[in-house]
Design a binder for this molecule. Sequence first.
Ligand SMILES: Cc1cc2nc3c(=O)[nH]c(=O)nc-3n(C[C@H](O)[C@H](O)[C@H](O)COP(=O)(O)O)c2cc1C
Length: 334
Amino acid sequence: MYFISLITKLLHFLPGEVSHHIGLKSLKILYATGLLKFLISDNKTSSDKTIKDLGNLKNKIGIAAGLDKNGDYIDSLAALGIAFIELGTVTPMAQKGNPKPRLFRNRKDQSLLNRLGFNNKGVDYLVRKLKERKSSIIVGTSIGKNFNTPNQSAYKDYVYCLNKVYKYSDYIAVNISSPNTKNLRDLSNINHFTLLLNRLKLKQTELAKLHGYKPIFIKISPDEELDNLKEICELIIENKLDGIICGNTTIDHDHNKGLGGLSGAPLKEKAISVLRFVKSVVGDKLTIIASGGVMTLSDYNERLLVGADLVQIYTGFIYEGPKLIQDILKHSSD
Ligand SMILES: Cc1cc2nc3c(=O)[nH]c(=O)nc-3n(C[C@H](O)[C@H](O)[C@H](O)COP(=O)(O)O)c2cc1C
């Protein structure tokens, strides 16, 4: 573990996106050569594939969407002992995302600023990777819309992706909260949102008859007004979808690198207060996945105390590497 922690720290001296790729490629090499299992001690195995209710997983820690956007690292990430991985966000067609540089690290405040803009290889590529995976880890697939698709017809992109990934995923995450695709967050406005939920439910019901029931989660923005957030939660329940991921990165910052979504330690308080509010509205009617500012074991424990069923990490993993997962698996109070 010491060796991996050292590599993680050294990677911080490289530019954001470069270090991201080198880190994941190195992990894949360690996994492929069999070295990973010697370097990571005492990792508990991940859950059975038969589990439908995500609240019943053996442990409650997963990797958030955006780290493995195209499903290139499923088996190596699974070997770290986490219970689940959320892949994507994928869109119907491959797209390059926003111009670089678009990912910035601030080691002092343990944050990341990103404006990637759904760079991904397209849903067909991801489906190929899902079919190739060897690990039986629970996999969620996060789906989105292409940059050029107007919001009026955005639901078609989501339904298209849902149809493609459904059979090969254990759950589906609907990303309407990335701040880096123009106007995407407007999809939480009542008209777009009702249409989207309705079409997703219809498709889910149809696909469930063929491939079994797979839960659909909506990933929300932490920047929603409380009234809106309440309405969003109620609509998810009304439309009989399954869960909520709270939440994505925040645009509530004045970062010197400009626009983008901020994640990591500075997001913590906001993420917790959104989680607390959502729990007070939905109770036990929806499964809640917490995401945002989970940087330590105590952050993880706190999210479960506040009401999350499962917890995701992203920026904490970038700063701490597999050590954060090991800490949580060994010492968590759940
Ligand atoms: C570089 C980067 C890329 C991301 N890409 C996605 C994405 O494609 N889809 C998504 O739903 N969330 C994405 N996110 C948001 C994360 O999944 C997570 O919700 C957010 O970073 C808050 O968690 P954290 O503070 O633990 O990082 C991304 C975050 C980062 C930092």
